[in-house]
Write a protein that binds this ligand. Structure first.
Ligand code: TAP
Length: 475
């Protein structure tokens, strides 16, 4: 049992001021994995005080000092590789290969990228009539979801360190242990006391406390739109800046000249990677009407090449959903889908032989209308929808007919058409033919997918205020 009941405040692991605890469940076994403290307002207050006290010196730390802390974190992170992989497989249910190649790798990528971005970053600029200074925004509250325990926390922490902003991190209660390892790594990296704090607890107490706290200047949140709206409302009371990353319902536009197998693989990997619990997942697949039959056959034939099951078993690429709640949500969408569209494969219930664990059947719907519930709402599970189009402009129009705009995908050959679609989809990130991810590429959404950008130099900018100095004497 992982019973880790302390919070990390002002450079120390300290007892919670309240007796309440939260159980963390292993989604593959449905057994209790461990417990964390359900932090109190008093715990949060201590963390905010520590961060506030650290702010004056920390915000004036040099670029070289911050680069050194980030480099130390990279070293510490690499040294804890096996533990990080192990814990994410336990708390999230991510298959070992996914915990390694996706989760471990992404967390590391953000710290390494921050070293690079910071090395090239300029905090002051002579703009002729004035000097522009970029200064730490103050104390930041970081609220992270469960679907990428290291990725989400690392991009926020790395950018905040690069900007000299002290933070209070509240990890998701379902997956807190990887974040607690991150705290241990940061503790050993020489980051000043109070510059990094971690308080575990519920969204309603610690999350809500962060968004409404008068002494926190900025909240960076990733999670559901429902909570994002609450955070924005709370933040309005103290005119706090917010950055929100709230998910999506991203389109995959398959061109007439696309290789059908390649397109089908893209569609499948979008719902099988991390069991479809990915904010940027492409879950509306737009295919030309003429490709319908061959695409449907190919996607069904290829689905078994993405094996799902016990995340500790070799060769498995898709594990269970994170929780019973998430499983119930996914089931209710599949039920809706069965009424709205044609079920091609999958359906409700647990897959045979996987009765224990929050496993859902990979499910593909076809004959889907873009205005149906399953094509408009984020399901966050291994479920996708196939929508046919008559001509490309029709496809682009439907791709943009969504309240979301986080990501988009285009698969095909003709460079001009690929460029046209990439620039026509109203989303913050587009992937052409499954291109590799660049950690310096800004990540964030248009429309209701959120506000602000993370990753690389754009991520650092979020934690900075802009000051213009007129008449600055030269040094
Ligand atoms: P949320 O409730 O949004 O949880 C995300 C984070 O916000 C967690 O740390 C949570 O704490 C915290 N939180 C909850 N209530 C809060 C409040 N009132 N004020 C401040 N923080 C609060 O997500 P969920 O319920 O776990 O998942 C629900 C749906 O959200 C999913 O089905 C999916 O559609 C979407 N989702 C999107 C993303 C991304 S990456 N955009 C990630 C996860 C989920 P606790 O963990 O303690 O509740």
């Amino acid at each position: 049992m992982r019973n880790q009941l302390k919070h990390y405040i002002n450079g120390e692991w300290i007892e919670s001021t309240g007796p309440e605890t939260i159980e963390v469940i292993n989604p593959a076994t449905e057994q209790v994995l461990g417990e964390i403290s359900s932090g109190t307002e008093e715990d949060l207050e201590k963390a905010v005080k520590a961060a506030r006290a650290a702010f004056p010196a920390y915000s004036r730390s040099t670029k070289e000092e911050r680069i050194q802390w980030l480099k130390n974190i990279v070293k510490g992170y690499e040294a804890r590789k096996d533990e990080l992989i192990d814990v994410m497989t336990d708390e999230l249910g991510a298959p070992l290969s996914v915990s390694d190649e996706v989760h471990y790798h992404m967390g590391l990528g953000h710290f390494k990228q921050a070293v690079e971005s910071l090395s090239d970053f300029s905090f002051s600029e002579d703009r002729g009539g004035h000097t522009l200074l970029k200064e730490s925004i103050g104390v930041s509250g970081l609220i992270t979801p469960w679907n990428f325990p290291t990725n989400q926390a690392s991009t926020k922490i790395a950018s905040a360190i690069a900007a000299g902003s002290p933070v209070i991190l509240k990890p998701a209660s379902k997956t807190p242990f990887a974040a607690m390892i991150l705290a241990e790594i940061i503790d050993e990296a020489g980051v000043p006391k109070g510059a990094f704090n971690l308080v575990n607890g519920s969204g309603s107490v610690i999350g809500n406390g962060i968004s409404s706290h008068h002494d926190i200047d900025f909240v960076s949140f990733t999670g559901s739109g429902t909570v994002g709206k609450k955070i924005m409302k709370n933040a309005a009371e103290t005119i706090k800046k917010v950055a929100l990353e709230l998910g999506g319902k991203s389109p995959i536009v398959v061109l007439e000249d696309a290789d059908v197998e390649k397109a089908a693989k893209t569609a499948i990997s979008n719902i099988m990677t991390n069991t479809g619990q990915v904010c940027s997942a492409g879950t509306r697949v737009f295919i030309p009407q003429s490709m319908k039959k061959s695409f449907e056959k190919t996607i069904v034939d290829l689905l078994p090449t993405f094996p799902y099951g016990d995340p500790r078993k070799e060769g498995i690429v898709t594990g269970p959903l994170v929780s019973k709640d998430q499983w119930d949500t996914v089931q209710s969408y599949i039920k809706k889908g069965e009424k709205e569209a044609t079920l091609l494969v999958g359906g409700t219930g647990k897959p045979e032989g996987l009765e224990t664990g929050y496993y859902a059947k990979p499910t593909i719907f076809t004959d889907v209308s873009n205005d149906s519930v399953i094509a408009q709402e984020e399901i966050f599970g291994p479920v996708t929808t196939i929508i046919t189009y008559e001509d490309l402009e029709d496809a682009i129009e439907m791709a943009n007919d969504s309240v979301y705009g986080l990501a988009g995908f285009v698969v095909g050959k003709d460079p001009e058409t690929l460029r046209h679609v990439a620039s026509s989809i109203r989303s913050g990130r587009i992937k052409v033919n499954d291109a590799n991810t660049d950690f310096n590429g800004p990540f964030g959404g248009y429309k209701q997918s959120g506000i602000g950008r993370e990753w690389g130099d754009f991520g650092i900018e979020e934690y900075l205020e802009i000051k213009s100095v007129h008449g600055m004497p030269s040094a």
